[in-house]
Design a protein around this ligand. Structure first.
Ligand SMILES: Nc1ncnc2c1ncn2[C@@H]1O[C@H](COP(=O)(O)OP(=O)(O)OP(=O)(O)O)[C@@H](O)[C@H]1O
Length: 261
């Protein structure tokens, strides 16, 4: 489980996350991290990934305090995929995924990821036809899918994904969310994923956390967190949340309040 207690994160003297405590997140849960622009979602992910120092508080993964272990040990268990697309190095897709797999392994043995494993993952992501293409010759969405392959091949315990759907078309968005949920459930990962599409969060996640100004607005099942009151408070949007003809909840926008800052 992932325990976040009294977390405080700042850029210089500006506190972005003043004091955040979450209910423990369980293995096998796909968790949506929601909130308006500038609310601190990326900052939270970076802090969990160990890329930003904590002013105060702790992050524990299965009882282990992540602030107290080396970067190499952390990299074995925690994988973070940033918002920006992977750097366009002149490397083939297949090679880049193999390199990613080996980067997180401490010993040479643990780094033995086989080509067929990589090919199977590329196939599951629907990009096996790109395996011999160069990264710097891919489209934005294709690069994002390769970034996901690089993250998933490492089989972390904690997977942190910052807007991994932002460059994907509708078909790939649904496909990727299905795959992430399957991987999360099958391998007992904790997957924390920043999303702006609340309908995707409602449909695909097991749990949701909504923040604003680095402060918790709600946590729980998506249907209990994504409510008209929370969306008015968090995003300044007037909404209804209603089941579609197939019974799935969706957010309908009725109007806007003044932009929330
Ligand atoms: N390197 C930095 N130095 C100083 N302030 C920063 C830095 N990065 C982000 N911030 C500030 O921290 C706040 C939170 O930013 P963050 O990127 O975490 O928000 P976010 O919720 O991920 O936003 P978005 O949805 O727009 O990606 C913002 O006010 C931003 O201006």
């Amino acid at each position: 489980m992932l325990e976040v207690n009294q977390l405080q994160v700042a850029y210089r003297k500006q506190a972005i996350i003043p004091d955040l405590t979450l209910q423990p997140l369980q293995q096998g849960q796909l968790v949506s991290l929601l909130g308006p622009n500038g609310s601190g979602k990326s900052t939270l992910l970076k802090a969990l990934a160990g890329l930003l120092p904590l002013k105060h508080g702790s992050v524990r993964l299965n009882g282990q305090n992540l602030n107290k272990i080396s970067f190499e040990q952390r990299a074995q268990h925690v994988v973070y995929l940033p918002q920006s697309l992977p750097a366009s190095v002149h490397l083939r897709v297949l090679e880049s995924v193999l390199v990613a797999a080996r980067a997180s392994a401490l010993s040479a043995d643990a780094g033995q990821v086989h080509l067929d494993q990589v090919m199977m993952l590329l196939q599951r992501l629907g990009i096996e036809h790109l395996s011999m293409h160069y990264l710097d010759q891919l489209s934005g969405g294709q690069k994002q899918l390769v970034g996901l392959a690089q993250a998933l091949i490492r089989r972390p315990r904690l997977l942190l994904l910052d807007e991994p759907l932002s460059a994907l078309d509708l078909n790939y968005q649904f496909h990727v969310m299905d795959l992430l949920r399957q991987e999360t459930h099958e391998h007992g990962l904790i997957t924390l994923i920043v999303l702006h599409d609340l309908n995707v969060a409602l449909r695909h996640s097991d749990y949701a956390v909504m923040i604003k100004g680095g402060t918790l607005l709600g946590e729980g099942t998506p249907a209990t967190v994504i409510t008209p009151a929370a969306l008015a408070d968090g995003y300044g949007v007037e909404t209804r949340i209603e089941p579609c003809s197939r019974g799935m909840l969706q957010v309908l926008i009725d109007g806007l309040q003044a932009p929330v800052r």
